[in-house]
Ligand binder design. Structure first.
Ligand SMILES: [Zn+2]
Length: 206
């Protein structure tokens, strides 16, 4: 996949900033920033990577849990807010193994900060849609957040197949255009292969 191809999973995230504040310089309640946080997270759950079109309920997650006194001041700080699906958010709850350190994980357990690190260095999605841990704390996250749940596996498998189909469609289009331009005849095998992939996709959708 070239650098220009959009990533299928775990895009690199960057804070877009521009979070409005009250006149006294403090933040509004965290719910106020929902649209900002969703845009920062590319409309995806930062944990399982499902988009808000793929799951029913998305919520605002306090990355450093607000229930801990040392993080109380971050309760409404948009930089501590992540977009998360209701399931991941519930399972994450107030787990924070790196408590007492400035880090987000202790080298074994904890969470990858999606705005500081590239999650594709921690997680690899296999062709069957299962997610594999490449290094800690990915295993901890997979276990705690149930990232192998069947619903997510199917979502990932479909997304992979859809990405493959789009690439295939683009190359078929280029092939046909080249035929038109040069006056040669299309190779029917290329079109047959495309149709077979389309059939596999339809079968998966059920
Ligand atoms: Zn999720």
């Amino acid at each position: 996949m070239s650098a220009d191809t959009p990533r299928v999973f775990f895009p690199i995230l960057a804070r877009k900033g521009g979070y409005p504040k009250k006149e006294d310089g403090s933040y509004y309640g965290y719910g106020y920033y929902r649209a900002h946080v969703a845009a920062d997270c590319e409309q995806r759950c930062v944990y399982c990577d499902a988009t808000d079109a793929e799951v029913e309920v998305m919520q605002i997650d306090h990355f450093r849990p607000e229930s801990f006194t040392e993080f109380e001041a971050l309760a409404n700080d948009p930089l501590n807010l992540h977009y998360a699906c209701a399931r991941c958010n519930r399972w994450k709850w107030d787990n924070w193994p790196a408590r007492g350190t400035p880090h987000t994980h202790d080298g074994e357990n904890g969470f990858v900060d999606p705005f500081k690190e590239d999650r594709s260095e921690y997680f690899e999605v296999k062709s069957d849609g299962r997610v594999e841990a490449l290094k800690p704390p990915a295993n901890y996250m997979i276990r705690l957040l149930h990232l192998q749940r069947e619903y997510l596996r199917k979502l990932r498998e479909k997304r992979l197949l859809l990405a493959e189909l789009r690439m295939c469609r683009a190359s078929l289009k280029a092939e046909l255009q080249a035929d038109l331009d040069s006056g040669r005849r299309s190779d029917p095998r290329v079109m047959l292969e495309f149709i077979e992939r389309w059939e596999r996709f339809e079968a998966l959708l059920g």
